[in-house]
Each structure stands twice: as structure tokens, then as C-alpha cells.
Design a protein around this ligand. Structure first.
Ligand SMILES: [Zn+2]
Length: 167
């Protein structure tokens, strides 16, 4: 699995980049609290570690694409119903966070070390691409990935928002 920091950083950076460059005229529609929520949602799928400790069996559902799809559908439904519209951004951030978590984990794990079933409970085949396997390279590339991600994002924030003015 990826480091917790990677799972938090990737959705934060992704949502921030989309907000800054795709919806830049409507930037205020997505305040920073939602970006933080995407980061928190990015680490939540690893709650299965606690579940496994409590009930003793692995919970595949948190590392399946089913939950991000459900959150996305809930976001869409909330957006369509005026009385529930205030919730659509929350569900959308959960969808992004869970989705990036699952994708990161499936990229890192090899099928042998993985216990990820991408389409659980519909499909139960174990998936993993192992592009940054712990067995092959140790933890160094993943720690470096965190550092590179954070550095690139800070450079982006400096160029786009001059964050050094606030330091
Ligand atoms: Zn995970």
C-alpha cells in the first residue's frame, strides 16, 4: 500500500489543480474545506485495517471501485434535488478520495501481495499492477513520491497563488 501521506496528497492536489485550471472562473464554488475533505476521504479506505483488527476478516469493499461509484451517484442525486444540493460536494469529495486511494493501491500492489478486488462484491478477481512494489524497491520510491508530489504542488501554489506572501 502507498504511504498515508500519498493517499492524502493525491486527492488534494488533484482537486486543487482541477479547481485552479478547469473551473478557475468558479473557483469560489469549492472552498478549501472541500479540498481538505477530499484528502481525508483519501485515507479512509484504509479503515479496513481497523475492521480487520476488530472482526478478524479482511474487508474488501473499502478497496473496491464500488464505493467511489456509489459516492459519485449520491453526489449526482444530491445535485439534482434542490433540498439536498448542499451535500453534493461532500459526496463528490468522498468519491474522489476513495477513487484515488483505490487507484494508487492497485498501481502499487502486485497481484501476489494484493488483496484488492477492484469490482468487489460483483467480481472477485485479485488485481494489482505492481509498478512500485515494496518487494522490488523497498520504501524509498514511495517516500520520494511523497516528497516530489509535495514539492511540485508547492511550486504550483507559489506560481499560481504566490503563497510565499503568506509565510
Ligand atoms: Zn489502501
Amino acid at each position: 500500500m502507498c504511504f498515508a501521506v500519498t493517499h492524502i496528497l493525491v486527492p488534494i492536489i488533484l482537486v486543487d489543480l482541477v479547481r485552479d485550471h478547469v473551473f478557475k472562473k468558479h473557483r469560489r464554488m469549492l472552498p478549501n474545506k472541500y479540498i481538505l475533505l477530499a484528502g481525508i476521504a483519501g485515507i479512509l479506505p484504509d479503515i479496513d485495517i481497523i475492521i480487520r483488527g476488530v472482526i478478524g476478516t479482511y474487508s474488501y469493499i473499502t478497496h473496491s471501485l464500488v464505493l467511489p461509484i456509489i459516492f459519485f451517484i449520491l453526489s449526482f442525486i444530491s445535485y439534482k434535488k434542490i433540498e439536498h444540493r448542499k451535500y453534493y460536494k461532500i459526496f463528490l469529495m468522498f468519491s474522489v478520495g476513495f477513487f484515488t486511494h483505490v487507484i494508487l493501491d492497485v498501481l502499487v500492489h502486485t497481484p501476489l501481495e494484493s488483496s484488492m478486488m477492484l469490482f468487489y462484491p460483483i467480481g472477485k478477481s485479485i488485481t494489482g499492477f505492481g509498478i512500485m512494489s515494496i518487494d522490488k524497491y523497498g520504501f524509498i520510491p514511495m517516500a520520494a513520491l511523497d516528497g516530489v508530489l509535495l514539492l511540485l504542488w508547492l511550486i504550483h501554489e507559489e506560481v499560481t497563488h504566490k503563497i510565499s506572501d503568506f509565510l
